[in-house]
Design a protein around this ligand. Sequence first.
Ligand code: SAH
Length: 212
Amino acid sequence: MSPSEKMQFQLTLRRRGISDRSVLKAMDDVPRELFVTPPDREHAYRDIALGIACGQTISQPFVVGYMTEQLQVKPDHRVLEIGTGSGYQAAILSRLCRDVVSIERYRTLADRARIVLADLGYGNVEVIAGDGFDIPANLGTFDRIIVTAAMEEVPQALLSRLDPDGILIAPVGPHTGSQMLMRFKRSGDAFQPQELLGVRFVPALKGVAREL
Ligand code: SAH
């Protein structure tokens, strides 16, 4: 990316309200062009969602920045992402916390993301091909959970994977049209919901994808 593109990218994020310095730095550091398909590389630093393999999308940079900021990730945190897609959101998180576990139902996407993340030397991300609605028990619980696909509702089983004082962010609503980005904060056994922003995500579907 050229220095002027880089400056423009940061300016756009700031203008849209992203102010957390560590989030802005992570977005400055991670080369988004490596996560989009080659024909889209020239558009990698525009504030738009782009298509990736398997009919999925890499979110608009503002939404990535916003969700990351709202997640309030700390350096000692272990974070779960559901919906690896390109691996870009996982890459951003990996710059801000101790460990990221990211689950993707398309094996093709999981395999690709794993390679891009490894090539960049982001060794604290584990990409798992699997179903975010059926998370292996041995993965334990997390300080933060981010869902990057639309859920009609957030299953209690997923909320229960939050540590005490944990935060989960997910787009909640119908699979077609728009959803509400929701934030759930755990205190004891209660989960305090908060509406954040209207968004549009591809659907979270149950089960591992049958096609590659
Ligand atoms: N965070 C991604 C973009 C996510 S697009 C990025 O930064 O590029 C949403 C992704 O969620 C898609 O790749 C889709 O296949 C995946 N997905 C949908 N339902 C899922 C499920 N039940 N478990 C895991 N991944 C799922």
